[in-house]
Design a protein around this ligand. Structure first.
Ligand code: ADP
Ligand code: MG
Length: 248
């Protein structure tokens, strides 16, 4: 039997008169890489926000490891093992890569001034190992703000891995990244999935990337589920093609 790490069932969310998500259901099996695509404004980020607890859904349910989490807040859900990254990176530009990595561990949550003495040798070893994993070891003492945007996204990915997430939600990980870095990032995502067992739910606008990465894809349009299937099915789905071309 397949274990579903995440199950969203009939989730709806409106902002005033705008229905951002209507009756959305998705399943994310443990250990897989699942894609979420759709034109701009189709409700992808809203669904992520609902899943991770940034805002509650109006109707429906969200279950993580079988537990209802739709009324929980972000820190509680993070402690259960679910984290997300953002379309725009959220790193501290005036801190080094190593410092960003250290403060990404929420259980060491304390004021920045007092915190750096609290980290153990294993923490530092893990920081170095993960910076190496994403290819940023040689940049470890640089200020994060001096990295390229693509490198900042790799850093943000490594910061999420510091917390050993069971499920990681990535919001457009390749957006704004130099094409030469994109293949490297895809390889890292696949490697994290294979080696660390992190299940991934990935929002992606780049069709080539998601076809290469995900084994099952959901496609939203106008806040509703338009199609789902394996990459070749989605690629050849006339409704998906039309949604992306803006035809109705
Ligand atoms: P996507 O990530 O697919 O581009 P979003 O989920 O960001 O789409 O947006 C879906 C719709 O919901 C858009 O019409 C957007 O303007 C609206 N929306 C998203 N978040 C908010 C918010 N916090 N307040 C009001 N409207 C929002
Ligand atoms: Mg978005």
């Amino acid at each position: 039997m397949t274990t579903h790490l995440l199950e969203v069932d009939g989730a709806s969310k409106a902002f005033g008169g705008v229905i951002a998500n209507k009756d959305i259901s998705i399943k994310v099996p443990e250990g897989k890489i699942i894609g979420l695509i759709g034109p701009n404004g189709s409700g992808k980020t809203t669904l992520f926000n609902s899943i991770v607890g940034s805002h509650p859904i109006d109707a429906g349910s969200v279950r993580f490891q079988g537990q209802e989490i739709s009324q929980m807040l972000v820190p509680e859900i993070a402690r259960l093992g679910m984290l997300r990254t953002f379309q725009q990176t959220r790193i501290y530009g005036k801190m080094t890569c190593i410092q960003n990595m250290l403060i990404s561990m929420p259980h060491r949550n304390t004021t920045v001034t007092h915190m750096f003495g609290k980290f153990s040798a294993p923490d530092h070893e893990k920081v170095e190992r993960l910076l190496e994993f994403v290819g940023l070891y040689s940049k470890r003492t640089l200020l994060a703000g001096d990295l390229s945007f693509g490198q900042q996204k790799l850093l943000e990915f490594a910061m999420a891995l510091m917390n050993d997430p069971k499920l990681l939600l990535l919001d457009e990980p390749t957006a704004g990244i130099n094409p030469t870095l994109i293949n490297g990032l895809i390889d890292r995502l696949k490697k994290a999935n294979a080696e660390f067992g992190v299940t991934l739910l990935v929002i992606e606008h780049n069709m080539r990337v998601i076809m290469n990465l995900a084994e099952h894809i959901y496609c939203l349009a106008h806040g509703e589920m338009l199609a789902e299937g394996i990459p070749t099915e989605i690629q050849n789905d006339q409704r998906v093609i039309e949604a992306y071309l803006g035809a109705h």
